[in-house]
Ligand binder design. Sequence first.
Ligand code: SAH
Ligand code: MG
Length: 857
Amino acid sequence: MGCAYSCEMQLPKVSTPEEKMEALVERIGAVFSEKVIMSFYPFREHFKVAMTRKDGRSGAVPAAALAVLDNRISSLCKSLHVSSENDPLFALAMICEAARRSSFVCCENGYLIKRKVVFTPQFEAEFLGSNRQEEAYSKFKAVYIPSSEDLIVRNIEIDLEPRSYYMDTLARNLGVREGSEIMMSRTIPRAPNDARLYYAIPDIQIIPKSWETPVGVVLQGKNELVYNRRASDLLGYSVYGDAILASVGSTWKSEGKLVFADVSLSCYYRLLLGRTPEGNYKLKRDAILVSKLPNSFSSRAQWRGTLPRSLLIDFCHQHRLADPDFVLHSTNPSSDMLPIEDRKGSNGSYRCRAKIVHQDQVVEFESEHHYRNRCDAIQSAALRALFHLSKKVPTVPHHVQNVQLSPTSTSKCLSLDDRAVGCEPENGFVNGNVNSEGSSNPVDYLNKAIAAGSMVCMSYNVWLVGNGVNMKVEAHEEFEFQIGVGGIIGELESIISGMHIDAYEELLLPVDNIENILATNQETVHDLENPVIEQCSLKYCIKVLRIVEPSEDRMESALFSPPLSKQRNEFALGKIRELNAKSLVDFGCGSGSLLDVVVDQITHLECIAGVDISLKSLLRAAKSLYTKVVLQKNGDEDNYSSKLKKIVLYEGSLAQPDPRLCGFDIATCMEVVEHMDPEPLKRAGDIILGKYAPRTLILSTPNIEYNVLLQKVALDTKVSSGENRVVSSGACLNSSGHFEEPAERSSIANLSDDESNAQSIRLRNDDHRFEWTRSEFQEWANSLALRFGYTVEFSGVGGCAEDPGFATQIAIFTRDLPISASEENRPNSLKAEIDASQRFFPCYREVWKYKKEGFRK
Ligand code: SAH
Ligand code: MG
């Protein structure tokens, strides 16, 4: 609050409680000085109405107003006793004690503070003369929050008579005599226009003890105190008795007048909803009946609504916890120098831990997996923390209501354009499983399924229907969310997962949380009785507008932890180490995700080559390798990668041979073959094993039989809602790719049996020419191995070998016989031989090369 005076005031350096008390005495006196009152926003306006009230208490102000309107007073009270922040009674007791000690002010009838000396006539003329406003207002709306939960929260109208003091009026509405007997809370965060709670000061006696020891508050209640749960939830500390939520305040703009604004019931329910991280998230997205806090963070691009980090910081503020601390761990400090899309296919390098001090304990939350981007890692850790911290807040499970389709009202096709106005849904509703498109048998449903990780944009209306009610309570023209992370209520997600673009569906759900409905901005809902709302249903009318399918990469990292790409690279790295390979060539190296990993790790590798047809990708790979190997190694010759002598990146097609790629110990070809047409692929196979003849070739490709699982994930409501929300890794698969619950696993395995001809299942990436089943892959690899004298073994990553096999299938080709006795000499002899006989000329372009000083070859 901008208080010109308090900024200038030089407070003595206070240390002992007695000195702090003295400072409080001085401050309270100062607040009542003519000089301060004139310029003291926001107290000035309040003071003016207090002084002009007609009932003869001119200039007397309730202690509660002082406690919250003057920052200096509230911080002095807080420094005297920290509890004054969470229990305003402490502050009241201290202020009254200070007033008693003051020679300038006195404390009248309990909690009323007044100047001892009357104001000078000049002051009265100047202060009250300007802007007389007693006629300016008459009525405003407030929200009455009864302490008894049997009574509903309702709107009341506060009628301000001319020259009455609004605190007195509020007091009478609360059943007490005058303004000094009510408590005024601080403003409620995010409430509009200075909304606060007003409630009667409990009928208790406050006995201030020596200020050396904590203030003693002795409860000697004559009447029983009734805890007000709803009001306490709003404020974050205990409130007893009925309360009123009202908005009285002033701004610089209001020119010295108090402004009385209406507070709607929706406002109250929205504030209540905002007490939880989930509710906070919904309020920013303004989709209260549809959205949920997603359970997994993949990237900023796929997140809609308030980011987890802001939600967590809010949460900490609300619960008076210190701000969370985010600790980043980087396994690969250079990777953030590349734009995100440059890192396609590579695993990320950042993890983050969110640390929160909660009840004197440090609680830590680790990000879900490695992220390419620091911010994403932070968001992920924050999301983990939110889920953990908000567990106390029970989420009521939704249940799909089994509604019979009435024979008289056939599913009337409602278009979103006419906003379903013409619909008379009382007699029977259209169940979500029956739609205007009329195609909802399970098989179609499977084929239409939107893949997990897709971004869906829909338009929706939610109607409150039944019991004679037909009322639109929420609507969005365009609402975008990610499938498979629990970002919308489960029933809706399972319906939407089976829809295609332009499809329209309706879903009927029972009302399970009246407060949510009341929080929507639909004021007319408040005219309904709660029991009536309870008997209604919510009708969701949804139209899918757009679907953006996930890239292969996104899908893989959304569903696997660690991401599938990382698991592939780890697999290759394992082989490189196992074989003590000294040289590696990566065919179709792309942006260098594998090479990046390899140069970071301890291996025996001395020579590394990468080949790709895409110059753009190679340049990215070069940039990243350069940063790692050249820039970061300076002055650190002893480090792990010092064995590396040479790295070359070639631009060229695998369908063309280049003698420089002969004779490597190990070759990798990860996720490349499916990008090639049959003819070039056949040539590439012949060249790699027939001409280059590496000792070992590791070749990976998607297993199409696994796609059913990838694409079905989003359909499983259990996965996207309910008790499985806080699944540790990915959407629903554990680190080995198994579903957490055996029952689900088998049901999905059955699905894949039904679909074993796999034709109708989508490929993982638009650029894929094909994806193979296990037997197709094995047939291709076996025949290739046979032709060139290799033995082949099959393995994979993501999931397990049992049906439907690994997500990524991998073949390990091992050459049966060394070409010559000495592996060392072989490449050159072979090269010479092939050069001569087959006109095998270098045709690849060297894009980038690193050579260790003094290394020739
Ligand atoms: N191996 C990398 C990249 C896989 S994406 C990884 O696992 O992350 C497939 C790559 O194959 C792309 O970079 C593409 O440019 C490359 N590619 C496709 N056809 C090719 C061809 N005929 N010759 C060389 N590279 C090819
Ligand atoms: Mg691919």
